[in-house]
Design a protein. Structure first.
Length: 159
């Protein structure tokens, strides 16, 4: 794991203010920048920097893919330790794969598959099984819960 990135006070404010409630207007970055009392271009550059440095791993909207006709599923693999890197590369090569995590469990690789259509899930699973030689265990959503989690940067607060 890499060393934690040092954040300046403005970066802390950006992170704290942009978690949830991003403006839904024609120029959302301009509106967000105005709330932060900074130029729009400067906000965009700061967000790019936070992403490039790995402080943020993602910056974008969260969609309910089913409402748009797509599908997603939580999936797991039981990966032999000696084969971890090969399987990781094969799984992560698919654009349908997101949120790949290693776990201390018999099923030690967990990831989310998201596809444009429900049929795409079966195709992605078949591709992973063919590429890895392992069985994918898919866990479809039975019930949806809304859990809003906002993390304040050290020394920051939400507002």
């Amino acid at each position: 794991m890499s060393e934690p990135q040092a954040l300046d006070p403005l970066e802390r404010r950006i992170i704290d203010h942009l978690q949830g409630g991003f403006p839904l207007v024609s120029r959302p970055y301009a509106a967000a920048a105005a709330r932060l009392e900074m130029p729009e271009a400067a906000l965009i550059e700061r967000i790019k920097s936070l992403l490039q440095r790995g402080v943020l791993t993602r910056f974008g909207p969260m969609f309910q893919v089913e409402r748009a006709g797509g599908a997603f599923v939580l999936a797991a693999l039981e990966v032999p330790e000696a084969d971890w890197e090969r399987v990781l590369a094969a799984v992560n090569a698919l654009p349908q794969v997101a949120h790949n995590y290693r776990r201390e469990h018999r099923f030690n690789m967990w990831f989310v598959l998201a596809t444009e259509t429900p049929a795409g899930i079966a195709a992605a699973i078949a591709r992973i099984e063919a590429d890895t030689g392992l069985s994918v265990h898919a866990f479809p959503k039975e019930k949806e819960y809304f859990v809003e989690m906002k993390l304040a940067s050290r020394g920051g607060s939400h507002g």
